[in-house]
Design a binder for this molecule. Sequence first.
Ligand code: GAL
Length: 824
Amino acid sequence: MNMAHTISSALYIISAAILSLNLGCATQNSIRRVVLLEKDWQFINEEVANAQIPETDTANWETVSVPHDWAIKGPFDKKIDAQVVRVVQNLEKKAHPRPGRTGALPHIGVGWYRKSFTLPEFKTGKKAILVFDGAMSDAHVYLNGKKVGNWPSGYNYFNFDISKYIQEGENLLAVRLENLSFSSRWYPGAGIYRKVQIIVKDEVSFQQWGTFITTPFIYDDLAMVNIKSTVSGDNLKVVTEIRDADGKPVATHSSDKMDGNQIEQYIEVYTPKLWSPETPYLYTAHSKLYQGTELKDELVTRFGIRSVVYDRNKGMVLNGKVIKFKGVCLHHDQGPLGTAVNRSALRRQISIMKDMGCNAIRSSHNMPSQEQLELCDEMGILFMAESFDEWVKPKIPNGYNRWFKDWAEKDIVNLVRATRNHPCIVMWSAGNEVPDQSTEEGPQLVKWLQDIFHREDPTRPVTVGMDQVRSVITNGFGTIVDIPGFNYRVHLYDEAYEKLPQGLILGAETASTVSSRGIYKFPVEKLDWKKWDDLQCSSYDMVCCRWSNLPEDDFVLQDDKDWVIGEFVWTGFDYLGEPTPYFAEWPSRSSYFGICDLAGLPKDRYYLYRSRWNTKDETLHILPHWNWEGREGETTPVFVYSNYDSAELFVNGISQGVQKKSSVTKQNRYRLMWMNVKYEPGIVKVIAFDDKGKAIAEKEIRTASKPHHIQLSADRDVIVADGKELSYVTVSVVDQNGIPCPTATNRLNFKVSGAGKFKAVCNGDATSLEMFHLPTMKAFSGKLVVLVQSSEDAGKIELEVKGDGLETAKIKIASTKAAEPHPN
Ligand code: GAL
C-alpha cells in the first residue's frame, strides 16, 4: 500500500457548506482552511502494548476511514474483558462475573493509526492546529516521529498546535491508542471514532474554541448578542455580521477594544426569532479579524437566541415559558455501527425520539459528539452534556479515576469551550453516581468542578446525577450543586426537596425498566427483579431493577410536583454492554433498558412515553401481540397505551369491558389494562373514547398465520451520494395477508446492488451473537433493520432480502449528489 497521498486525494477540504455548521472555518479561497483527515488511514490492532511507533512496514495494516471503531466487527467473545466485580451502585453484596458488561467485543488492547498527508497551504507565518473530536482512548499523537501530545480521556475533544512539526512535502501522523480491561461499565468502542481535522490559519487569528456567544438580554423586539473572541496578535479589529437562518445579514458590528487577548462585542438583533425545541431557529455570526487593514482570519459560529432560567418558584423556564425535561439518557454507540460517528444514524435516532415527544437528551456519561450537538441544535432537542462517570473513587479499577486529579480540569475546559455555543446545551453535568458523593472529600470536589464549569461558562447551571441521596442531603454535597439531579430514588424526592435549598429536583436518570421487543412473560406482575431462562425480559413493562422503578413512579412526580423539573429516562435506545439483569449470564451482550431496541425499533414502552409526551399526535397502541398458540383459554392480559383516557376492548367482537384511567394504582393512571382477557386467536380491537365518551379512534391487531413473505420500509428513500449516508430499512416477516408474524425468527440474507453497499444489520436481540457487518441474520420478533450506505456515485441502490420459504423482497433507494458538499 502506497502511504503517500497528496492532500487532494486523501484529505477533504471542507468548504462553504460546512460554514453554516459552526465548525469555525472559512471558504477555500480564504485564509483559513479546514482539512478533514478522513480516508486512507492505516490501522493495526496489537495484542501486546507497543510504546514505540511501529516500523514503516505497514504490509499487515488495514486501510480504514475515520471515524472508525476497530472492535465492532467482533466476534463476540465472553472472555473479552470478562469483569468480575461487585457493583455497589446495584446494591450487590458480592462480586459477580460479568461477561457481557462491555459488549464482549474486542476493544481491549493497543491500536495504531497512521496517516500520510501533505499540507501545501501551510507556509511560514501560518499555524496548523490538529483537532480530534475523540479517540478511544489514551491517545498519544506523533507527527513525523516526534511526540505532539497525549490526551487520556477517550470521550473528549482535544487539539494540538502542530505548526512546529509540519514539514514540506510528506508528513506522517501516527496515533497510539490503548484500552485497558476493567476500564468501562459499557461498550466504549475503540479507535479514532470521531472526526480529525487540521485547521490551517494565520498566526494572527481567532483561537481554537476561543469564541463564546451568549444572549444576555432578550425582549420581543430586541436581543443583545454578546460575542467574546479570543485572538492572538495585536493591533486587531473584529468585524462581525450576524445573519439569520436564510443567510440574510441582520446586524453588523466592529470593535478594536482588546481586553487581554479578548475582543468583546455587544450586537443588537431586532425582532429576534427564538430557539426552542418547537422552533429551533439558528443564526450565524460571521466574524472577520483584521490586523490594521489586512484581513487575517474568518470564523463562522452558529448560535441560537434563547433564555433558560431555573426558577425556584416555577421550575425550568425557556423563553419565558415553563417546560419540563421529557428526556432520555443515551450512550454514544449506534448499535450495529458501534461508536464510529455517523450523522444519518444520529439524525434517525433523534427523529425517533422526537416523534415520541422527547425534548431532551443527556449524553450519559461523557462528552457528546459535535455531530449530535449540531443535530440537536437543528432539530430542537435540549441537551445535558455530561463529563464523567468517575472522579477520585473508582467504580472500576482502570476507569477515569486514574486520570481524574491531573486531567479533570483540562477535560472540563475542553468540553465547555468546544461546545458552549450550541444553543441546545442547557445544563452541564459534572458527574454520574460518583462514589465520591459520600466521601469526606466529596463536597470539595463537587465545588471545585462546578467552579470550573462556572468560570468557563457563567450562563448554564451544573448538576450531578446523584444516587446517594441520604448522604448528599446531609453532607453538603447536594447543597452545593446548582441543580440537584437524582438517579432513581423516587421515594426520597420529597425529603430532598424539603432539606435542600435549591427548591428544584431533576430526575437526572429515571426508570431503568427492562424489556425485550416483542417478548411477553406470564403471569403479568409487578416485579423489581426477574430473570427468565431465554435471557429475555417482558414487554409488559412491569419489571425494573432493585435500584430502579417503573415509568409511572416518575410520571406521578413529574405531573404532581411543580418543583420536579423533568426526567431523563434510562435509556432512549438499547446500547452495547451492560446486559442487566443478565449481567452474569451468557450469551447476553447488550442492554434491555432501551425504550427502543438496539436497532432503534420501538418497544411497547415507546408508546407509553409517547402517550404522555407527544401532545400533538394520537397514540393508540395495543400489547401484547396476538399469536399465542398453546395459550388458548389462558389469561393473557391486554394493555393499551394511549393519550385517550378510556377505551373498550373486544376480542373477536366480544367486549372485554371499558377501562378508564384512574388513580387506583400508578399504572392505572397511565395505562388501560384488561387483566383477565382469555386468549383465543383472532382479532383484538380497541375503541378509544374522548372526554365526552364518544368513540374517537380505533385500532386492531390480528393473529398471523405462518410466515409467507417479507415487507420492506426505508426511513429515507433518497440519500446523499457521499459514501456515508444511510438508509435504515425495516424488514418485517409477514403472513400471506400481510399481517406481521410477531414470533418469526427466519434467517434472512441481504444483497445490495447499484450505487450503495450493505453496511450492517441488527435485530435488537440482546442474546444474538451474529455479527452486524455480515449480510445475514435471523429475524427477532419478526423484524430486523438493514443499514444501506450510499457510495460516492449518485444512482439507484437496490436492497434484496431473501429468506428460506419466503417470497423475496426488493426495495429501491435513490442516492443523489448534494447541491453542496455534504457535511457528514
Ligand atoms: C445507573 C447508572 C447507569 C446505568 C443504570 C442501569 O445507576 O448511572 O450508568 O448503569 O444505572 O440501571
